[in-house]
Every structure is written in structure tokens, then in C-alpha cells.
Design a protein around this ligand. Structure first.
Ligand code: TPP
Length: 480
């Protein structure tokens, strides 16, 4: 069977989707439509455009910029406006001269369209072009989405009850989490931001392991040294979450490059939010990946908000997808609330990354339905009807469920059994984790140096003195 990637390469037929996807977007292209069924009429929404053709144009331009490009090929790019087909032979490739003073506009006429497979009711779009998945795969994807949803609602409550110090939900972003994970191989190395626990869940991290990390007990793989939600597991090829935004992006390029030089049939996959794209590390990472031809997939969850900063204040470009092209990277914008679209895009991106040894950028349009974290109250900066709209009308779990049900793969009975079983398992795991001992104080200082340097010895001595002086402020379940 031909791979999805080779099909895309062979096919020049375009599928135009007339329907528009309302999204909390940015961009000042004059042709944006304001007609939308969403309650956010004032915000612009996507319009259709021959996106795949853009990729082909890009590919041709890429070939053209190679210094050895044949003159024949070059003619293709010389338009009527160009001066007598004259070119400057510049490092990187030949560039045509023009007598017209022409600035490149700040944005394209139409926003890059968003690839989707399922409509809001879970009905496949006409002519949709996607990677087929089996019943077994679809059921596991749906079950993991429900598990993630249930984890979020229970852990959020546990934090509110003061039993753990912090939590952060993935509500609204279940499809990006689970469908991207499903499209990858376990050999692919994951460098997450922090809103992708579903990838770890998909790979078999147990509910008990999640809970142990949240409670920071002796069973936590991180020995209780990290804040809750900073999961990580060598066994699952999942780097530990690190809080500083976007640091994982250049690291992922390094990981991808090492996979390439070791001749592995695997790629590195890294995630970030729209806010992360304003960090220097995003730009360094993309450029580094492009010039090193690193097999890395950048998945940006554009969820509309970076804590309280809306995307309108984050960038003036047409979102994130266009930044890939600027760095010479294949890129696609996908409906992040459509599990089948995410699966297909990531599956194909993986083939590109591994077979062609090059990076790919995926911008997944989604929405953070929950607060940024338990330290945030998002109703202070965004309207409740906006949250409700995404929670109800554009819910990624419900949408995928409708498709799975329509295939005859899921029933109400399966649904209630799954939900009550996951709840029960989580409650039990919480009881176990809460009773488990915490790691000893000395674990704060070991594992890094063979012999503690003097400054750390001093810190440990001072800490023990303080605990002795104020025993009432020291948690009784942490061995000294
Ligand atoms: C380098 C750095 N700067 C600032 C912060 C504080 N901070 C934590 S999360 C966050 C917003 C990130 O938003 P986004 O990347 O869109 O991800 P999302 O939370 O929406 O998934 C910020 C600014 C940080 N952790 N690291």
C-alpha cells in the first residue's frame, strides 16, 4: 500500500473545504471573512486556500534555491516583471532581479486553511483525505481520551481539596494529546511542554504512576523533586517536563539529530503552546532543525491563550504555521479538536521526518477549556460563553465518540463501564499514593554529584537546622 506521504507527493488534486472553522485567530489579511456561526463574530476566521499547492510551490522554490539548480528550472521563476531574466548568483541559489520595488506583504491574502477530517458532528468531510485507523486503535484512542478527561476532573478536585500542591488540566486538548501519540512509534522520543500527559498515558504510564508523581512519594520516578505534573519516564521515551517555556524545542532538535546520525528509524517529537512560539528557543529550534535536516516534529498546540495573553497579542502573523515556511520547514495547520485529522497529520509528518530526514511543523488549532493551571482563574480575562462554546460545540472527545459510535464500535454500555472503571482505579491509586511515604530530605541533595560540593553540604546543614528550630512547619510524613 502506498504511504500517505507518497500519496500526497503524487497527488496534485486539491480538496477544497468550503466550510469555515471559527477560531480565536489573529492576522490582518484584508480578505478575512467575519461570517461565522461562532459567538465570536468580531474575530476573523479561516478561509479556504490551496494549501497543499503552497507546499508544492515551496518544494519547487526549495529546489530552486540550491546553487546547482539548472537554468531551465530557473526560468520557471522568472516572471514578466523580472528584468530580462537576469539573476544574481548568490550563496544559497540564484535570485532573479526585478525593476519593480515590491515589498513582501506582512500577510498572505487568505489565512492558511485548517485540515480536518471530521466535522463538528463527527461526520467525515466529503472527499476527506486521511489515514485509516482500525477499530482497535479507534477504541483505544477514545478510551484514553476519556481516561485523560477523568484524570483531569479528579486531580483538579484533589488539588482544590489541598491534597496536592498544583495541577494543570488538558481539557479541550484531549485529541491533540491522544491522537498525536497514537500516530507515533514508541521509539520516537517525546520532549513535552506540560499539557501533554495524554502522550505518556498512551505509552502505558500507569494511573498509579501519574498519581505517585502528583503526590511526590517514594514511588514517584522523580523522587518527589519536581512540582506536580512534571512527569517523565525513560521507559516511555518521554523526557521530564521542564517548566521554562520552549527549552525543550532546541533540545528536541539535538535528540533528533542524534537519532539521525545513529541511523535510527525514529524521530523526536516536541510540543509547545502558542505562547512558546514567542520564545527565542522556538526560533533557534526551528532554524537549527532546518539547517541540520533533523527528523523532528514540532507540534504547536495553538489553544488561543498563553495564560492570560490572547493570540492577538502573541503574534501578528497568520498564527504559527507560516513560521515554519519562513525557516524552510514543511508545515501544516490542522484542526486540533479532530482526532482523525491530528492522527493523519502526525502520521504523515512522521513519514516525512524519518524518510526524508527533515523537520515538520504542525500547528493544531485547539482551545484550553480549563484554567491555565490551579494558580489561574481564566474567567478574569476571557468570556464564559467563549469557554462554553469550545467546551460544548467543539468538544474533541464528543466529536470522536460520535464517529466511533457511528462505526458501531462503541455503545452506551461501554461508555458507562469505562467511566466507572477509570474513576474506581483513580480513587484506589490516590489512596495508595497518599499513604505512601515521602522521599527523605537527603534525596534533595543526592544523585547529581558523586560527592556533595561544599555549598550543597552547607545548604543541607542549614535546612536541617531550620527544621529542628521549626518542627511545626515541617511535614510529618517526610523522613529527615
Ligand atoms: C521562560 C518562561 N517564561 C515564562 C514562564 C511563565 N509561564 C508559564 S506557562 C506560560 C504560558 C505558556 O503558554 P503557552 O505556551 O501558550 O502554553 P499553554 O499553557 O497554553 O499550553 C508562561 C508565560 C515560564 N514558565 N517560562
Amino acid at each position: 500500500m502506498a504511504s500517505s506521504w507518497s500519496l500526497i507527493k503524487r497527488s496534485r488534486t486539491l480538496i477544497h473545504h468550503k466550510k469555515k472553522l471559527a477560531f480565536l485567530g489573529i492576522g490582518s489579511a484584508p480578505t478575512f471573512s467575519s461570517s461565522s456561526s461562532s459567538p465570536f463574530m468580531k474575530r476573523p476566521c479561516a478561509a479556504s486556500a490551496p494549501y497543499i499547492n503552497n507546499h508544492f510551490r515551496f518544494l519547487r522554490r526549495f529546489e530552486f534555491t540550491k546553487a546547482e539548480a539548472a537554468q531551465l528550472e530557473l526560468q520557471h521563476y522568472v516572471t514578466d516583471d523580472d528584468d530580462n531574466n537576469q539573476v544574481i548568483d548568490f550563496p544559497g541559489g540564484k535570485v532573479a532581479f526585478t525593476s519593480e520595488m515590491r515589498f513582501i506583504s506582512e500577510s498572505i491574502q487568505k489565512r492558511v486553511p485548517c485540515y480536518r477530517v471530521l466535522d463538528d458532528n463527527g461526520m467525515p468531510m466529503k472527499y476527506s483525505n486521511y489515514v485509516q485507523i482500525s477499530k482497535e486503535m479507534a477504541v483505544k484512542m477514545y478510551s484514553d481520551m476519556v481516561t485523560l478527561q477523568t484524570m483531569d476532573s479528579i486531580f483538579y478536585e484533589v488539588q482544590r481539596q489541598g491534597r496536592i500542591s498544583f495541577y494543570l488540566t488538558s481539557m479541550g486538548e484531549e485529541a491533540v494529546n491522544i491522537a498525536s501519540a497514537a500516530a507515533l512509534s514508541f521509539d520516537d522520543v517525546i520532549l513535552p511542554q506540560y499539557r501533554e500527559p495524554g502522550v505518556l498515558l498512551w505509552r502505558g504510564f500507569t494511573l498509579q504512576q501519574f498519581v505517585d508523581q502528583l503526590f511526590g512519594n517514594t514511588s514517584d520516578l522523580g523522587k518527589g523533586r519536581q512540582m506536580p505534573i512534571h512527569y517523565g519516564s525513560n521507559k516511555h521515551n518521554y523526557f521530564t517536563v521542564s517548566s521554562p517555556i520552549a527549552t525543550q524545542l532546541p533540545q528536541a532538535v539535538g535528540a533528533a539529530y542524534s537519532l539521525k546520525i545513529d541511523g535510527k528509524s525514529a524521530c523526536a517529537v516536541t510540543y509547545c503552546g502558542d505562547g512558546g512560539t514567542s520564545e527565542g528557543d522556538f526560533h533557534a529550534g526551528l532554524n537549527f532543525a532546518a539547517v541540520m535536516d533533523a527528523p523532528v516534529i514540532f507540534i504547536c498546540r495553538n489553544n488561543g491563550w498563553a495564560i492570560s495573553t490572547p493570540v492577538e497579542e502573541q503574534f501578528r502573523s497568520d498564527g504559527v504555521v507560516v513560521k515554519g515556511q519562513a525557516y524552510g520547514i514543511w508545515s501544516i495547520r490542522v484542526d486540533g479538536n479532530d482526532a482523525l485529522a491530528v492522527y493523519s497529520a502526525v502520521h504523515t509528518a512522521r513519514e516525512i521526518a524519518i524518510k526524508e530526514k527533515r523537520p515538520v511543523l504542525i500547528e493544531a488549532l485547539t482551545y484550553r477549556v480549563g484554567h491555565h493551571s490551579t494558580s489561574d482563574d481564566s474567567t478574569k480575562y476571557r468570556p464564559i460563553d467563549e469557554i462554553e462554546y469550545w467546551k460544548m460545540e467543539r468538544n474533541p472527545v464528543n466529536r470522536f465518540k460520535r464517529w466511533v459510535e457511528r462505526n458501531g464500535w462503541w455503545s452506551d454500555h461501554n461508555e458507562s463501564e469505562l467511566r466507572s472503571s477509570v474513576r474506581k482505579q483513580l480513587m484506589q491509586a490516590i489512596q495508595v499514593a497518599e499513604k505512601a511515604q515521602k522521599p527523605p530530605l537527603s534525596d534533595l541533595f543526592n544523585d547529581v554529584y558523586d560527592r556533595l560540593p561544599s555549598n550543597l553540604e552547607e545548604q543541607e546543614r542549614l535546612l536541617r537546622e531550620i527544621v529542628k528550630k521549626h518542627p511545626e512547619d515541617y511535614p510529618s510524613d517526610v523522613p529527615l
